[in-house]
Design a protein around this ligand. Structure first.
Ligand code: HAM
Length: 425
């Protein structure tokens, strides 16, 4: 036992009993995004460290303390991606997808952050992310939210709420930052150590504090919404009006600032109370300045990412996940010289009935042992081929799940006819 190697803390195997849940979720998302005209992009899991420090921000939690950064054999500093937006912009610039174009892209895959693991927070976790490029108006922000609202409906999730905010233009945020620093300096004794540090580096993040002792001082802090520039205000008002037109409920949370520096104007989060402290299942917003920051020409950009572990947790909580579909049939082959013709039969059936879920007994075994395996496989029927069946050119069809039918002896065409009904169903 002691010399067995364990997985890394915060990085989990997804076991066969859970993979159908993941497949279901991924399929629903994939179909939905395809229906909205989004195309999938696949980026590498490792990027140059500089990509993340330049985009997410030097003084964010992610860059300061959570990245898996290492030197490769050439001495280059590389990082396991902590998120997908930076990679997507990098890829878009590298392949000329962004200039003078409109793009609706999505990706899925693992992300890595060295956070303190707890329920809903892992060191390897999975995101589906969406990034749009070349759209300036609030209509795309609303589309992003409409997609997620529809997704929750399709998944049967009820207990989720939408919070939105506007961070304004970069200049407006700078003005607000000055006002905020003055306010917090006037209340310096109410700040914890972390916030005092943030006052120097990233004062907006103080608004995001989870420290209940600071609730009061944060509550009375000046609101970002009072410092918005006119364009951002109009953008935000139009976005809110569109959400109302679509009947999508939201709460304006002026304290919503997000933990990554690249955002401007609209930001949003979908939150649930059912998952405890890690209740944000989806988050995003506009990041119009990032393309230029990474060396491209300025252009509209907006997106979001959702945490698949958290969504699965929520679906499991609400009992909304399908089981793996059982096989249609398990082919039992017993007796002298039967195994090979049975294998031929199995492949013939698969040729003739694409979609048939058939498990072929492998590894020999007597009748009883094979029937036990058939039962454990959860297949609906056993197809039994013994020496007698082989001699007569027949197969015995035996119900395994209490179906109200007798066991039947069928020739190949009869068997095919029956199986084709199940495959159609
Ligand atoms: P984020 O807020 O850092 O944004 O992450 C998005 C979502 O990923 C979170 O709301 C949460 O559901 C999930 N998540 C984050 N960290 C963890 C973790 N340690 N364990 C489990 N789930 C986690 C971004 O990553 C941005 N790139 C989103 C975006 C895309 N903005 C614009 N485009």
């Amino acid at each position: 036992m002691s010399n067995r190697i364990q997985s890394i803390r915060g990085m989990h195997d997804i076991l066969p009993e859970h993979t159908p849940h993941w497949q279901h979720l991924e399929l629903v998302i994939r179909n939905l995004l395809t229906a909205y005209g989004y195309s999938e992009i696949r980026m590498p899991i490792v990027e140059k460290t500089e990509l993340f420090s330049r985009s997410i921000g030097e003084v964010t939690d992610i860059v300061e303390k959570e990245m898996y950064t290492f030197e490769d054999r050439n001495g280059d500093s590389l990082t396991l991606r902590p998120e997908g937006t930076a990679s997507c912009v990098r890829a878009g610039l590298e392949h000329g997808l962004l200039h003078n174009q409109q793009q609706r892209l999505w990706y899925v895959g693992p992300m890595f952050r060295h956070e303190r693991p707890q329920k809903g927070r892992y060191r390897q976790f999975h995101q589906v992310g969406i990034e749009t490029f070349g759209f300036q108006g609030p209509d795309i922000d609303v589309e992003l939210i409409a997609i997620t609202a529809r997704l929750w409906k399709e998944l049967g999730l009820k207990d989720v709420r939408l919070e939105i905010n506007s961070l304004g233009s970069l200049e407006a945020r700078q003005d607000y930052r000055d006002v905020l620093v003055t306010y917090f300096n006037d209340h310096i004794n109410d700040l914890d150590e972390e916030s005092k540090r943030r006052l120097e580096t990233n004062p907006l993040r103080i608004l995001d504090t989870k420290n209940p002792d600071m609730a009061e001082v944060v509550k009375w802090a000046p609101s970002l919404l009072d410092y918005l520039d006119t364009e951002s205000r109009d953008h935000f008002e139009e976005k809110k009006a569109c959400l109302e037109d679509l009947g999508i409920s939201f709460v304006v949370n002026p304290r919503l600032v997000r933990g990554l520096d690249y955002y401007s104007r609209s930001v949003f989060e979908w939150i649930t109370e059912s998952l405890g402290a890690q209740g944000t299942i989806c988050a995003g917003g506009r990041y119009d300045g990032l393309i230029e920051q990474l060396g491209g020409r300025p252009g509209g950009a907006a997106g979001f990412a959702m945490g698949l572990e958290r969504l699965i947790g929520l679906l499991e909580e609400e009992g909304n996940l399908p089981e793996a579909p059982p096989a249609d049939a398990y082919l039992v082959a017993v007796g002298e010289g039967v195994a090979r013709p049975a294998l031929v039969l199995a492949e013939r059936l698969r040729d003739q009935l694409p979609g048939l879920r058939l498990i072929m007994n492998s590894g020999g075994g007597g009748f009883k042992a094979q029937m036990k395996r058939a039962d454990r496989s959860r297949a609906a029927w056993a197809l039994i081929m013994g020496e007698d069946e082989l001699a007569e050119g027949k197969v015995t069809l035996k119900p395994l799940r209490g179906q109200d039918v007798e066991q039947l002896s069928l020739d190949h065409d009869e068997l095919l006819a029956r199986l084709s009904n199940w495959v159609k169903a």
